[in-house]
Design a protein around this ligand. Structure first.
Ligand SMILES: N[C@@H](CCC(=O)NCCCC(=O)O)C(=O)O
Length: 258
């Protein structure tokens, strides 16, 4: 039987500052294929080409990937300032309703970095434009220069609720993660449970209370070294298990109605 399909949310960008493209990092595809055991399918995140309804039918789960562009502050009721940086409003228009629909249906979602922020905003939460400017907060941005290994280096602890779902997946309530982001959760959305924090108090791990499906999302980048890292691997495995379950139930429903 064919492997379940995970829609990997793409990003708009320009090749050579000129040629418009949609892309998603290869590390995401590798993690979904090799660790979650699903087929990765890159989704152009633009409502001119895809609809939420079609995506829900075509894919079994979704990976909301990291991206440099920020969720537009109007999506959480704030006015755009220079500190909010660059946007990808086409992606906002696809991902925010897609998150809500998946939460409702119990279709598995996994948010990473910008994807984690999207899950929070989709549920009615808000973001700080630049957490390093806040009193007592650290700089979570990646080093601007350096190798990929240096950028994705494990840089801080995340402390998880000891009896929460993340600690259950990892088998421990303290993990070491990378960090490559400027924004962070300001207010948690409705039903968004913050289950893990960095040492400076930045929310790092969330899930949606009482959601019927997988909704675990993280501010760090578990796609890095996903097949070997002791934190990344169990997360992608748990997501893969949830997607397989969704696909199986969908096939059972289909065979009953056929
Ligand atoms: N823009 C948000 C999210 C950060 C994030 O997803 N970083 C990954 C960057 C990947 C890339 O540059 O393509 C923030 O800054 O908080």
């Amino acid at each position: 039987m064919a492997r379940p399909i995970v829609g990997i949310i793409g990003n708009h960008f320009l090749i050579n500052d000129q040629y418009p493209a949609q892309s998603a990092g290869t590390m995401n595809c590798c993690a979904i294929s090799n660790v979650s055991g699903c087929t990765p399918l890159i989704v152009p995140a633009d409502p001119r080409y895809v609809s939420v309804e079609d995506l829900l039918e075509s894919c079994d789960g979704f990976l909301f990937t990291g991206a440099r562009a920020n969720v537009h502050p109007e999506e959480y009721g704030e006015i755009e300032t220079l500190a909010h940086g660059d946007f990808d409003r086409a992606r906002d228009a696809v991902t925010l309703p897609l998150v809500r629909a998946c939460v409702e249906r119990g279709q598995p979602i996994f948010g990473i970095c910008r994807g984690f922020q999207e899950v929070n905003v989709a549920m009615g939460g808000s973001l700080f434009p630049e957490i390093r400017d806040l009193e007592g907060r650290d700089n979570h941005r990646m080093p601007p220069d350096g190798t990929l290994e240096e950028k994705f280096e494990l840089r801080h602890d995340v402390t998880l609720t000891p009896d929460g779902p993340f600690a259950a997946v990892f088998g421990t309530h303290k993990v070491l993660t990378n960090t490559l982001h400027g924004q962070g959760i300001k207010t948690a959305g409705k039903r968004v449970v913050i289950d893990g924090y960095a040492p400076d108090g930045t929310p790092e791990a969330i899930y949606i209370k009482d959601a019927p499906g997988f909704t675990m999302s993280v501010q760090w980048h578990p796609e890095w070294n996903a097949d070997a890292d002791l934190v990344s691997r169990p997360l992608f495995e748990a997501f893969g298990t949830a997607v397989h379950k969704w696909a199986q139930n969908k096939n059972v429903m289909f065979s009953k109605t056929a």
